[in-house]
Write a protein that binds this ligand. Structure first.
Ligand SMILES: Nc1ncnc2c1ncn2[C@@H]1O[C@H](COP(=O)(O)OP(=O)(O)OP(=O)(O)O)[C@@H](O)[C@H]1O
Ligand SMILES: [Mg+2]
Length: 454
């Protein structure tokens, strides 16, 4: 570990609570270890305007903290890096600016960036969840359909960034965050570009996802991101790296000169088409790879349908479907339709008190409560309690309007999360059943409202 990281971390230990001690220290100054500002390290509680809550993790470039932004009143992830040269600072801020212009549901939003004394920071959207790195080990792999769904979302985010002319250059599992609701978000656009431009000759962090052209210091293109994404796909399916090695040199040699073994030799249950997709994404020659992430996504989508329809998977989701069939929302669904749906849908557990949907947000997701109940609030007022077998969020889904109320879990609850994109993947007949259930729900709510008024 780099020494300054140890020092920085020591000085910014998590504070017990963001309310405790109102003393505002200019952390950027206090962290300048070499200048010896006579600062008491135990009192370091803020970083610029951000109040440190705890450390979220650290990488080769810096430390990421969970902080509280008192102006906007929200939690934010703050990445802090030591400014090594003026050029570093210039690139860091310029690239944070370009990353800040990217706005996409599958890209971590950048809110703010700055530098003070020897440090630069980027404030970004805080993702409560885990990085894909946690699901790259054999003992902790995601079910293949969930892994593919995450990679499909990364494809969407990257396709958008590429259209905006931005190459990530550092796609790897630790730069893909999985939200608690199962959606995937790409992070480190700014830092990745900065790192690459500033340190072309020395490799920081892990080299396992570098494309052959990056290794050879040749022209980097959108296809370099596709190569890296192919390596990530390999890893989340196989539970091992596409280009493993004892040391960086071994890895780099493999990237430029060898082919990884087939994922089918590691996991024979995967469809052959996935092996073909991975191989196409990681071709040595960029012109032989997918020419866009949209192209790769289209093939992944076909593979996903194949996996969902596989006899083993359908068997498993049939068992789950048995349980859901008793819920009122699914009253009109046939068992096969329900198992097709459960194979594709995200089922998410929310702890009591956790906000599931917020007033004002624009989102096409709706939820069906599989167990437990949620509370609907508008401002300070409780509007309704919705229980097992009912749905919520359908108005925003149907009308495309911002959400009109907050919804929070009341006690632990399990929700089925449905997006417009998921509905498109289902046969029209299943889509119609959803609309029938929506209509029934709306009529029931309307008549309940009328009863209460009378
Ligand atoms: N926006 C975020 N929300 C929540 N956690 C985050 C966020 N960004 C990063 N993290 C956490 O911080 C950790 C460190 O991230 P960081 O980007 O510094 O390291 P890395 O990706 O492993 O390496 P590198 O420095 O090469 O990017 C991540 O693994 C993740 O757990
Ligand atoms: Mg990172």
């Amino acid at each position: 570990m780099v020494e300054w990281i140890q020092d920085l971390d020591k000085k910014a230990r998590p504070v017990p609570s963001r309310q405790s001690g109102a003393r505002i220290l200019m952390l950027m100054t206090s962290l300048d270890i070499s200048n010896n500002y006579n600062i008491d390290p135990d009192n370091v509680q803020t970083l610029g305007r951000y109040q440190i809550i705890c450390q979220l993790g650290q990488g080769a470039t810096g430390i990421v903290y969970l902080v509280w932004d008192p102006f906007i009143r929200r939690n934010v992830a703050l990445k802090v890096a030591k400014t090594e040269t003026d050029k570093f600072r210039e690139n860091f801020l310029a690239e944070a600016q370009s990353a800040g212009r990217l706005s996409h549901p599958n890209i971590v939003a950048v809110y703010d960036a700055g530098s003070e004394n020897d440090f630069c920071y980027i404030a970004m959207e805080y993702i409560k969840g885990a990085t894909l790195e946690n699901f790259c080990r054999k003992e902790n792999l995601l079910p293949p359909n969930k892994g593919l769904e995450a990679i499909l979302e990364v494809c969407k985010g990257l396709e958008y960034a590429h259209r905006e002319g931005v190459i990530h250059r550092d796609i790897k599992p630790s730069n893909i965050l999985l939200n608690l609701d199962g959606s995937a978000k790409i992070t480190d656009f700014g830092v990745a570009q900065m790192t690459d431009r500033t340190f072309t000759t020395s490799i920081r962090g892990t080299p396992h996802y570098l494309s052959p052209e990056q290794v050879k210091d040749e022209i980097v293109s959108f296809q370099s991101d596709i190569f890296a994404l192919g390596c990530v796909l390999y890893e989340i399916l196989a539970g091992e790296k596409a280009f493993p090695g004892e040391n960086s040199y071994g890895v780099l040699y493999k990237i430029t000169s060898t082919e990884p073994r087939s994922i089918l030799s590691i996991r024979s249950d995967l469809p052959k088409v996935l092996d073909e997709i991975v191989r196409k994404a990681i071709r040595k020659d960029p012109s032989e790879r997918y020419q866009s992430c949209a192209e790769m996504a289209a093939e992944l989508d076909v593979a996903l349908r194949g996996i969902v329809a596989s006899p083993r998977n359908l068997e498993k989701s049939k068992e789950v479907a048995d349980y859901f069939q008793n819920l009122s929302f699914f009253a009109d669904f046939k068992k096969e339709q329900l198992s097709e749906l459960t194979a594709l849908a995200n089922i998410v557990k929310f702890p009591g008190g956790k906000v599931v949907a917020s007033e004002g947000e624009i989102d096409d997701t709706f939820y069906i409560i599989l167990s437990g109940q949620v509370k609907v609030r508008k401002g300070e007022k409780d509007i309704a309690t919705i229980g097992t077998g009912e749905c919520f969020g359908e108005m925003a889904f149907l009308g495309g309007q911002p959400r009109v109320a907050n919804v929070a879990a009341e006690g632990d609850c399990v929700l089925m999360k449905i997006t417009a994109a998921l509905l498109q993947k289902l046969p029209d007949s299943v889509g119609l059943l959803f609309f029938r259930s929506f209509a029934r729900t709306l009529v029931q709510r309307l008549s309940k409202n009328l009863e209460e008024r009378n």
